[in-house]
Design a protein around this ligand. Structure first.
Ligand code: CAA
Length: 258
C-alpha cells in the first residue's frame, strides 16, 4: 500500500509508524486511520517484528479526529457509516505490544488513540486532553472510558467536562503515561523500550499483554484465574526452558520464538 498519511519504518525488530498530516496537526481522518490499520496488519504478520511504536511530530501526536471531515455529518453518516468503530478498533486488536510516543498535542481522538496503545511514553512538551465538549460533542473513541481507568474519575471527569489539557508532568503523576523524557530524546527512548520488549519471547510478551488487559475487563478472581492458567501454559514453551536454563547457566538466553 502506498501510504499518504503515515510514514512506516522498521528499526531492527521494531516497527515504527509516524502519523504524517503535519498541516492538520495529524488530525485523524478515515484515510489516515485506514492506513494505520494496514500498517499494523503488516507488522502483525511480519515475524521479524516484535513491537510497534506509533508517534507523531514534535508539535502534535494527533490533535484529534478530523473536525473538517465530520463537521457536516448527519446521525446516519455517523451511525450507518460505523464512524470510529469501523477502523479505529484495529489498534485495540493488535496482539503485539504497541507503544505511543507522544510529543505535543494528544487531544480528543489523539489522546484516545494514545490510550488504545499498551503504554504511553511522553515528551516533556506533551499535552493531553479531551476537548470535544468545546465542539458540542463528546469523546467517541474511548475517552470517557479509558481516561477514568488511567487517571481516576475526578481528573477524567474534569478533563472531559471542561476540556482542560493535562501536561506531561501531571500525566505521569496521574498514571496516564509510563514515563516522561526530554522531547529530543522521545523517539530514541521509545524505540529503545520497544527493542527491549522485542528481544524477549514474543508468545510470552503477547501473554503478558493479554493478562494485563484482562485486569481491565474482568473481576479480580477471574483475572487471577486467567493469569494462573496462562502462567501454567508458559511451561509448554521452548522459550521458558531456554530462559530458565540460561539463567542457571549464567548466560544470555537465545529465545527461539521472537
Ligand atoms: N481536525 C481538523 N483540523 C485540525 C484539527 C482537527 N482536530 N486540529 C488542528 N487542525 C488544523 C487547524 O484547523 C489548522 O488548519 P489551518 O492552518 O488550515 O487553519 C491547523 O491544523 C493548525 O492548527 P491551529 O492553527 O489551530 O494551531 P494552534 O497551534 O493555534 O492550536 C490546537 C493547536 C490547540 C491543537 C488547536 O488546533 C485545536 O484546538 N485543535 C482541535 C483539537 C480538538 O478539538 N480535538 C478534538 C477533535 S474531536 C474528536 O477527536 C472526536 C473523538 O473523540 C474521536
Amino acid at each position: 500500500m502506498d501510504y499518504q498519511n503515515i510514514i512506516v519504518e522498521t528499526h531492527g525488530r521494531v516497527g515504527l509508524i509516524r502519523l504524517n498530516r503535519p498541516k492538520q496537526l495529524n488530525a485523524l481522518n478515515d484515510a489516515l486511520v485506514d492506513e494505520l490499520g494496514h500498517a499494523l496488519d503488516v507488522f502483525e504478520a511480519d515475524e521479524g517484528i516484535g513491537a510497534i511504536v506509533i508517534t507523531g511530530s514534535e508539535k502534535a501526536f494527533a490533535a484529534g479526529a478530523d473536525i473538517a471531515a465530520m463537521a457536516n455529518f448527519s446521525y446516519m453518516d455517523a451511525y450507518k457509516g460505523n464512524y470510529i468503530t469501523r477502523n479505529w478498533e484495529r489498534v485495540k486488536t493488535c496482539r503485539k505490544p504497541v507503544i505511543a510516543a507522544v510529543a505535543g498535542f494528544a487531544l480528543g481522538g489523539g489522546c484516545e488513540l494514545a490510550m488504545m496503545c499498551d503504554l504511553i511514553i511522553a515528551a516533556d512538551n506533551a499535552k493531553f486532553g479531551q476537548p470535544e465538549v468545546k465542539l458540542g460533542i463528546l469523546p467517541g473513541a474511548g475517552g470517557t472510558q479509558r481516561l477514568p481507568r488511567a487517571v481516576g474519575k475526578a481528573k477524567a471527569m474534569e478533563m472531559c467536562l471542561t476540556g482542560r489539557f493535562m501536561d506531561a508532568e501531571e500525566a505521569e503523576r496521574s498514571g496516564l503515561v509510563a514515563r516522561v523524557v526530554p522531547a529530543e530524546r522521545l523517539l530514541e527512548d521509545a524505540l529503545e523500550t520497544a527493542k527491549t520488549i522485542a528481544s524477549y519471547s514474543l508468545p510470552v510478551v503477547m501473554m503478558i499483554k493479554e493478562c494485563v488487559n484482562r485486569a481491565y475487563e474482568s473481576p479480580l478472581n477471574e483475572g487471577l484465574l486467567f493469569e494462573r492458567r496462562t502462567f501454567h501454559s508458559s511451561f509448554a514453551l521452548e522459550d521458558q526452558k531456554e530462559g530458565m536454563a540460561a539463567f542457571l547457566e549464567k548466560r544470555a538466553p537465545q529465545f527461539k520464538h521472537r
